[in-house]
Design a binder for this molecule. Structure first.
Ligand code: FES
Ligand SMILES: [Fe+2]
Length: 420
């Protein structure tokens, strides 16, 4: 349980708030590359700020204020040009630094335009996502986490706009026991209500519903590693030996055989979160993976009776209310991961307030070539390098099933040949 003030401190993300300032030390995804390819201008909200993302006709990305300085027209209606974005109303043109370059209706000699500059932020593309940094300069490096930069893998990105605060989504990353209930018991109930009788689905949710015998949380360099021992499983298994991490401040890394995923919870404002499931499949080293340009993106719906794991998580977070009132919660012993995470947040807020760089900000390019995250080897980079493992679950709303199936079959065949 937190006090009302503490809850406010850990949830609010506007500029000047403790978490708002902490979050402004990180790069955040603001669009998929697919979105920008389909439409070169996008209205963006990040940490309570409204902005306009655009790609000029030279292919360069810019992130500037939402509204034109002249008569405040929303620039999401702007026209991309060679040098920047032109307001549709009276044609003022802005470049990627927010500088006004042209005011066509003003007399030729005027220097008025030189005095007009919108705010503008750094933006970069990596791994099929467009990333923004809206904090103080100098910006840290855009982290090259393994899943964003590995070659020879197949990717897709599932996104959902959630009507709730970021923290309840991220706290799920250190809530180990919910799996038996949200994904087991509730999963079984959801398919019963929907009349789904697929025995594989029933078996899979029955399997997930097995209770936990033990849970453990460890501080690791990137965040908190959580481990679980399920009733009936031997102690000598990877989920108990290694586990998988909550990557500070707003990622979790999960995986299954031949597949790994970052779930990223981007705080849009105090009551909205953009959830990204960044899914990576490892067909194996001997399989030619076609170039994906852009990485396909799809929308994951929020459902009342979700028959897929992520849908059950999304629903539970939204069901906690716009901003979960932690002054009224009743934590038990199995919630100790939450306490660790909240303490970590407070520690990292203090580091920022004292002028330091918080956890997972990187400034040395040599250490940022590829940042590997260690986890249960079935879903980690180990699996990628060994190759040929078969994926288990590609996500109900996947866009790439057929292509993926073909690749994974080829990977499994190649692995079988290598073993003979
Ligand atoms: S409102 Fe944008 S140019 Fe006038
Ligand atoms: Fe979950």
């Amino acid at each position: 349980m937190l006090s009302v003030d503490e809850n406010e401190m850990l949830t609010k993300v506007d500029a000047g708030t403790p978490v708002g300032e902490l979050m402004r030390r990180y790069w955040h995804p603001v669009a998929t590359s697919q979105e920008i390819k389909e439409n070169p201008v996008k209205a963006v909200r990040l940490l309570g700020e409204s902005l306009t993302l655009f790609q000029d006709r030279q292919g360069r990305l810019g992130l500037i204020d939402q509204r034109c300085a002249h008569r405040r027209v929303d620039l999401k209606y702007g026209i991309p040009e060679n040098e920047g974005l032109r307001c549709p109303y009276h044609g003022w043109l802005y470049d990627r630094t927010g500088q006004c370059l042209e005011q066509p209706a003003e007399t030729e000699k005027t220097t008025f335009k030189n005095t007009v500059k919108l705010k503008a932020y750094s933006v970069q593309e990596l791994g099929g996502l467009v990333w923004a940094y809206i904090g103080p300069q100098p910006a840290p490096l855009l982290p090259r986490w393994d899943l964003f930069v590995l070659d020879g893998v197949f990717r897709q990105i599932g996104t959902t706009l959630l009507p709730c605060n970021w923290l309840q989504c991220q706290e799920n990353a250190v809530d180990t026991v919910h799996t038996s209930y949200a994904h087991g018991l509730f999963g079984l109930y959801a398919i019963e209500r929907r009349g789904i009788t697929d025995p594989r689905k029933i078996k899979s949710f029955q399997r997930i519903s097995r209770p936990h015998k033990e849970i453990a949380f460890d501080y690791v360099p990137f965040g908190i590693q959580k481990r679980r021992l399920i009733v009936g499983e031997p102690e000598d298994n990877e989920r108990w030996r290694t586990g998988h991490p909550m990557v500070f401040p707003n990622y979790v890394r999960i995986g299954q055989t031949g597949y790994a995923e970052f779930q990223i919870r981007v705080p849009i404002d105090n009551t909205h979160t953009w959830h990204l499931g960044y899914q990576v499949f490892f067909p194996g080293p001997d399989v030619d993976v076609p170039k994906q340009d852009p990485v396909p993106a799809y929308e994951v719906p929020i459902q009342d009776l979700p028959d897929f794991v992520l849908g059950q998580d999304l629903l539970c977070w939204v069901a906690q209310g716009e901003i979960l009132d932690r002054s009224k919660e009743r934590l038990g012993e199995s919630d100790r991961g939450l306490v660790m995470f909240r303490n970590m947040l407070k520690e990292q807020i203090k580091i920022v307030q004292e002028g330091g760089d918080p956890m997972n900000t990187f400034r040395d390019p040599a250490k940022n070539e590829r940042i590997d995250v260690s986890m249960e080897d079935r879903g980690g980079v180990d699996a990628y390098e060994k190759g040929g493992v078969r994926y288990m679950n590609q996500g109900t709303y996947s866009t790439v099933l057929d292509q993926l199936d073909d690749l994974m079959t080829k990977g499994a065949e190649a692995a079988r040949r290598a073993r003979q």
